[in-house]
Design a protein around this ligand. Structure first.
Ligand SMILES: Cc1cc2nc3c(=O)[nH]c(=O)nc-3n(C[C@H](O)[C@H](O)[C@H](O)COP(=O)(O)OP(=O)(O)OC[C@H]3O[C@@H](n4cnc5c(N)ncnc54)[C@H](O)[C@@H]3O)c2cc1C
Length: 497
């Protein structure tokens, strides 16, 4: 079934990424206007150029990030790999860490994230084929297509936030949430909306069921999984306001580099050919798909690598703040640094456990152990807001008493040089450090990061619900041991009951 794709390049470099986005512009709307070119648009170009830089980086670190395609022999991104051994699984971690270190975990949707999901779906193709043999082979072919062309994806999973008390079918308008409008011999037509897609500055979109929410039988018209190019007719992305304010790297070190953008996705009678469909009107299968194929596990593997890079960054940043203003002797500062360190080590330990306990799954893929990953994805949404709070508590007024680049080029520069000095940093070192701390803890970029970590994998409340349901047997096992202990005490006092 393998196709050689003579036009494919394998792993891309930055200029190829930019050229494709220019040639096939995603249909983005920003402040009421269609974006003609994401590579030059002021609200988006910072993130787009970082994306391109990531693809250059994969070639600069090719031994770590690339491998030989099993079908074409081309060098392709390791995040597309279906690992068969512990060593291969570990090599994917190492590859993913390269991009995460570059972005300090601040670009949650580096393309590895969806690459791992698509690899998972390709691995679990037999599960998709149980519904329709075309669907499994579509997943395998699509995975190969993405890998050989090294395309970059966004994804959208959940319906718009209109009425959360009613099911999809019972919203004010049955076409509020994206649903099947028509089915033909050639494909399906989709009308309606999906809540959000991060990284719409990409080539294609994966439109799948939620990883967490479960649908009911009446939701069959809303139950599907497919992928299409972002320039498909009728597909529209309405972007939120950018957190890249067009300022320099000096003034806005994170926002000017790592704005990945989020957008609402509208399907205006979008035609999806059957070749691009992986799940269709099968509520039960849609509810099970992420778990059964293993896609959710492979994605969470990527997420935990991101968490580690982010936790490392916040620890390093906190330490530099402390050191610069001579706060290292205070006990509560030790407590805060230790809290950051423990958070970082906890994520590393979860990753180690997930790798060490990985096992071949029913598809013959080395799947990381789910329990530590599930624990990590439930814990980090609580750890990250606290990490940001610690930066605020350490930085204090230093986070707002900060001049910008223009001040340093203005007539007051000597005043600034004098009055902005710190115990262990000259003003010209202290100012960019504190600007970075501001962008990590206080700016619009920073608060969007907090919201992202709280919610991007799903509502934490319902994720906790899914955790309790999913780990019922392990929880009951512990409960049984305690019950036994209670009974022993009771029997000792009253005799066996
Ligand atoms: C920055 C960011 C990026 C994101 N990127 C993506 C993306 O790329 N692709 C994608 O598909 N999604 C993305 N998401 C969306 C994410 O999946 C959702 O935020 C998450 O699933 C929660 O859904 P919601 O935001 O609609 O909140 P809602 O479901 O509307 O919840 C709002 C509030 O109501 C409560 N609530 C609602 N229903 C219930 C219930 N049944 N029981 C208990 N409490 C309830 C919630 O706990 C919450 O407090 C992103 C989110 C953010 C913030």
């Amino acid at each position: 079934m393998s196709i050689n794709y003579p036009d494919a390049t394998g792993a891309r470099r930055g200029p190829q990424v930019l050229a494709r986005l220019k040639e096939y512009p995603p249909n983005l709307w920003y402040r009421g206007e269609q974006v003609a070119d994401v590579t030059t648009h002021p609200a988006l170009r910072g993130g787009v150029h970082t994306l391109a830089a990531l693809y250059d980086l994969q070639w600069a670190q090719a031994e770590r990030t690339l491998f030989d395609s099993p079908t074409s022999g081309r060098k392709v991104a390791r995040s597309f790999m279906l690992p068969r051994t512990h060593e291969e699984l570990r090599s994917i971690t190492v590859a993913m860490k390269v991009w995460e270190d570059y972005t300090h975990g601040m670009m949650g949707r580096v393309p590895d994230y969806i690459n791992r999901a698509i690899a998972g779906y390709a691995a679990g193709a037999p599960f998709l084929s149980e519904a329709d043999p075309r669907f499994g082979s579509n997943a395998v072919r699509y995975h190969e297509y993405l890998r050989e062309h090294d395309l970059c994806l966004t994804h959208t999973l959940i319906p718009p936030q209109a009425n959360r008390a009613a099911s999809l079918a019972k919203q004010a308008d049955p076409y509020l949430a994206a649903r099947v409008k028509q089915e033909t011999d050639a494909g399906i037509v989709i009308r309606g909306c999906r809540m959000l897609a991060t990284l719409p500055i990409s080539d294609e979109i994966m439109v799948f069921p939620s990883t967490v929410l479960k649908a009911g039988e009446e939701d069959a018209p809303y139950a599907f999984g497919f992928s299409i190019p972002n320039h498909t007719p009728g597909l529209k992305f309405i972007c939120r306001e950018s957190v890249d304010h067009g300022r320099s790297h000096f003034d806005h070190p994170l926002g000017s580099r790592f704005e990945e953008m989020d957008a609402v996705v509208i399907f205006d009678d979008v035609f999806v050919p059957w070749e691009n469909v992986f799940l269709y009107r099968d509520v039960l299968r849609c509810n099970q798909a992420y778990a059964r194929t293993g896609a959710v596990v492979h994605m969470t593997h990527q997420v935990i690598v991101k968490n580690i890079a982010k936790a490392e960054f916040m620890l390093g940043l906190a330490y530099l703040l402390v050191d610069s203003i001579g706060a290292e002797g205070f006990q509560h500062i030790h407590e805060k640094l230790s809290e950051l360190w423990v958070g970082m080590e906890t994520m590393k330990a979860f990753l180690r456990a997930a790798e060490a306990d990985a096992a071949l799954d029913e598809w013959g893929v080395m799947r990381p152990a789910w329990n530590p990953l599930d624990a990590a994805r439930n814990l980090f949404p609580r750890l990250y807001p606290r990490m940001v709070e610690i930066i605020q508590q350490i930085g204090a007024s230093g986070l707002v008493a900060m001049p910008v680049e223009q001040d340093l080029k203005g007539p007051l520069v000597e005043d600034i040089r004098h009055y902005y000095q710190a115990a262990r940093a000259e003003a010209f070192d202290r100012i960019p450090l504190f600007r970075l701390a501001w962008d990590a803890s206080l700016s619009a970029f920073a608060s969007r990061q907090v919201l992202y970590e709280r919610f991007f994998f799903g509502d934490p409340v319902r994720m906790a619900g899914a955790l309790v349901t999913g780990h019922q047997a392990e929880i009951r096992e512990q409960a049984e041991r305690v019950r036994q202990f209670v009974r022993e005490g009771r029997d000792e006092a009253f005799g066996a009951q």
